[in-house]
Design a protein around this ligand. Structure first.
Ligand code: C2E
Ligand code: MG
Ligand code: MG
Ligand code: MG
Length: 285
């Protein structure tokens, strides 16, 4: 009996694997056309100063408006896009869309501070990524001071010297550089001193337990101290409660991004939210 059940489980397991594989192939095929079909959207999530409550910027987060499944989160397709190289085209689309958004905001006279977007390490494989980035924003009339590039900690640690020099040059020309998901990879703390970065984004896993756990607070306090000590700004990500925000403020964290203040929103809602926040919500932080 036990044997039979074991065999059954084995069979079920293979079916699951087969299903997962076929989903992956399906996603891969659909992704190839999704850029041309205009199926991607950017959701925008505000970032707020913990000191003043002001909106200091926003992060652009990709969504796939899938013809059958509806709006899909990046976790369901970005890893596949990275494995297959389709991330190159998707990344170019994100860049162009960010440039167009900022340009249109500038035109209406409501100049927003900065829009951040995520850059996958695989995008840097494509020839002349940095040249094309400069071309993209230059053609749209968007100064580099209005953009922020987010590289994950693990990606930054693997960057070649040539890539780091390109990033440093962008930064020298006004772009803001953020280290994303800090605290999840092999946090090479010594590298913090030499990487060309302005801000460090604390990974949600660091923040999750700060209300309930003394040790979690000690760790976050130490990381904030370290990051600020080397001259970088600290951004806390996925802040979900007012008390987390209060603790982070008391610890000297500069900026927060999280559901407690705002979800990622599509453009119309984002613009309305930021207009409202500029008028009256300043005290909310
Ligand atoms: P990330 O860059 O670390 O983005 C932050 C993620 O945290 C977003 O998930 C955001 O919706 C989520 N988040 C924000 N506030 C809260 C909160 O209070 N609670 C919780 N639980 N989550 C919160 P999202 O949009 O699903 O994106 C996931 C990841 O996908 C991103 O992590 C980033 O690594 C990747 N990604 C998103 N857009 C792009 C893109 O355009 N290009 C590339 N290469 N990767 C992207
Ligand atoms: Mg990010
Ligand atoms: Mg992150
Ligand atoms: Mg992430």
């Amino acid at each position: 009996r036990a044997k039979n059940r074991g065999g059954g489980q084995h069979c079920l397991f293979s079916e699951e694997l087969a299903l997962e594989y076929s989903r992956k192939v399906e996603t891969e095929t659909a992704l190839t056309d999704a850029v041309q079909r205009g199926e991607f959207l950017l959701a925008l999530q505000p970032q707020l100063s913990l000191l003043t409550g002001e909106i200091t910027g926003a992060e652009a987060l990709i969504r796939w408006n899938h013809p059958r499944d509806g709006v899909r989160a990046p976790a369901t397709f970005i890893p596949i896009a990275e494995q297959t190289g389709i991330i190159g085209d998707i990344g170019d689309w994100v860049m162009a869309e960010v440039a167009a958004l900022i340009a249109s905001w500038n035109e209406t006279g409501k100049r927003r501070k900065r829009l951040a977007f995520n850059v996958s390490p695989r995008q840097l494989d494509r020839a002349d990524f940095f040249g094309r980035l400069r071309q993209c924003f230059g053609a749209a009339g968007v100064p580099l001071s209005q953009i922020e590039l987010e590289f994950t900690e693990s990606a930054a640690m693997e960057c070649s010297a040539a890539t780091l020099a390109e990033i440093a040059a962008l930064r020298a020309d006004g772009a803001t550089i953020a280290l994303d998901d800090f605290g999840t990879g092999y946090s090479n703390i010594a590298r913090l001193r030499t990487l060309p970065i302005d801000r460090v984004k604390l990974d949600p896993s660091l923040i999750k337990d700060i209300e309930s756990c003394d040790k979690a607070r000690v760790i976050v306090q130490a990381v904030i101290h370290l990051v600020k000590g080397v001259g970088c700004e600290v951004v806390a990500e996925a802040v979900e409660t007012v008390s987390q925000a209060d603790i982070l403020r008391a610890m000297g964290c500069d900026t927060v991004q999280g559901f407690v203040f705002a979800q990622p929103m599509f453009e119309t809602e984002f613009v309305a939210w930021t207009n409202g926040a500029d008028r009256g919500l300043k005290g909310a932080a």
